[in-house]
Design a protein around this ligand. Structure first.
Ligand code: 13P
Length: 302
């Protein structure tokens, strides 16, 4: 099945009151885990890559790999740029055939300093103009999420204003809107307080699919309520990394014990990195599948 635009996947989710998970991939094992889980669950999927991954691997190498996996999957999948920070970065990913992109105009390219509303509109509209000629879905962000290591100030961490959201969607033409409703990227410090009333107010005025960032650690009851109130895309990154890490750590501990034993016996030690990556991939796959079931998208890839 060819790649699809995320708008196609999310319009259906929005109408039928479920959400599609958008999971972050950084290499072969994580992409296999994410796509494998969606295939197992017969779920539509958004697989996403961040621009910071550019520092780790060339995006064309990763995109080629993910496209091969998608081609064999037999379910609708969108390939999405998560948190593109500049027009130039977005253009680079469009050239690679991404079918969905996020331009995060809420923050400056440093990913820390807030952009003004006007600056946000300007960069988002410019991206929409190009992306729409290619049939690519555009996600914008209004309001800013809490972020690890950043102080929450009045501007930063500000919840999305419903009236401004209406204006933003009209002025930019975005297809999807990421809203700040109290979720945070990464692990929460305490129990999160999700602003359902704010989400309800946004939904009553804006009729495009809404996006929840910072899905990790958001309690399931809040996730279900948010889906009922119009969230159609949920971003999950940290939680699946934790699953990968924990499984790998367990294997490494066992390998170290086996190495000590080999030393005692005077035998050669074994270093099979597949024995580390395989269980980590399996654990991530199980974690993605569990989220897909919670989001209600299992069985929706018909
Ligand atoms: P988490 O790492 O909290 O799951 O957030 C992911 C995200 O929102 C990516 O855009």
């Amino acid at each position: 099945m060819p790649l699809v635009a995320s708008k196609e996947i999310l319009t259906k989710a929005h109408q039928e009151h479920y959400a599609v998970g958008a999971f972050n991939a950084v290499n072969m094992e994580t992409a296999q885990a994410i796509i494998g889980a969606a295939v197992d669950e017969r779920s539509p999927l958004i697989i996403q890559v961040t621009q910071t991954t550019l520092k780790y691997t060339e995006p064309d190498e990763l995109a080629a790999l993910i496209k091969v996996l998608i081609a064999g999957a037999g379910i609708p999948i969108a390939l999405h740029l998560d948190h593109g920070r500049t027009f130039e970065v977005v253009m680079r990913f469009l050239k690679l055939g991404f079918t969905s992109i996020m331009i995060d105009g809420s923050l400056q390219p440093d990913g820390k300093t807030p952009r003004s509303y006007e600056q946000n509109v300007e960069v988002t509209r410019k991206v929409v103009e190009v992306a729409h000629t290619l049939g690519v879905t555009v996600e914008g962000e209004l309001g800013t999420l809490g972020q690890i290591g950043l102080e929450i100030t009045e501007e930063l961490g500000a919840l999305t204003d419903p009236d401004q959201a209406v204006q933003f969607v009209e002025e930019t033409g975005v297809d999807l809107l990421a809203v700040a409703i109290g979720t945070t990227h990464g692990l929460y410090r305490g129990k999160p307080v999700i602003a359902h009333d704010r989400l309800r107010a946004i939904r009553s005025k804006v009729d495009i699919p809404l996006v929840m960032h910072g899905g990790t650690g958001t309690p399931d009851e809040d996730v279900r309520a948010a889906i009922e109130l119009g969230i159609a895309k949920i971003n999950i990154d940290t939680q699946i990394r934790v699953a990968f890490y924990d499984a790998m750590r367990e294997v490494v501990h066992k390998m170290e014990a086996a190495h000590e034993e080999a030393d005692r016996r005077g035998e050669p030690k074994k270093y099979d990195i597949r024995a580390m990556l395989g269980p980590a991939r399996d654990a991530m796959r199980a974690c993605v599948a569990e989220r897909i079931r919670i989001f209600g998208s299992a069985g929706k890839a018909l």
